[in-house]
Design a binder for this molecule. Sequence first.
Ligand code: IMP
Length: 207
Amino acid sequence: MKTIVFATGNSGKMREIREILDGLPCRVLSMKEAGITADPEENGTTFSENAMIKARAAAAAVPGTKLDPENTIILADDSGLEIDALGKEPGVCSARYMGRDTSYHIKNAELIRRLKGVPPEKRTARFVCEIAAVLPDGETFTVRGTIEGKIGYEERGENGFGYDPIFYLPDLSRTTAELPMDEKNKISHRGKALRAAREELQRRGLL
Ligand code: IMP
């Protein structure tokens, strides 16, 4: 049986990932469950570079674990929020924006403040997710998923994490924090990227 290790320490992401990969003939482990500790410096300039840095670092740690390298697929993602009116900030710095330990309540308030006076049609933004895969034979690939939305005027909703309460979907008249997880997963950047990764793994006969 194949094992997919998803190289993240974020439990919010891990919940979404398990739901999307549910039903596949493989087990899905977090880094912690796999006994991998890797915390590389994410010094890439793009989401895909950073995703690959994380995936390669986790893959390099597999020989020190109980995992069978011949049957282990490592996936890692890098994701973030691009706000057009702010020159695509916070972008690859989404997690580090205003400091890693600063609460998202404060980060979200600051982004809303910076958009003061920006009219609705110019508040466009997107969540981007790149997933990098390192395969048992050392081959790699990346896939990308995005979701378009607008930055709201206040936080709304209790679901999700991070910037979800200010990411407004005009078509649904709700923020991604107001969507139940299964609805968010159907349309989210990470959901799209994960499904693309799953299809690529199936296309290569690995699942
Ligand atoms: P990463 O863990 O380096 O990929 O950083 C991603 C960061 O982007 C997260 O910590 C959040 O700040 C933000 N982000 C990514 N995806 C989402 C999402 O689905 N909802 C809300 N914020 C997100």
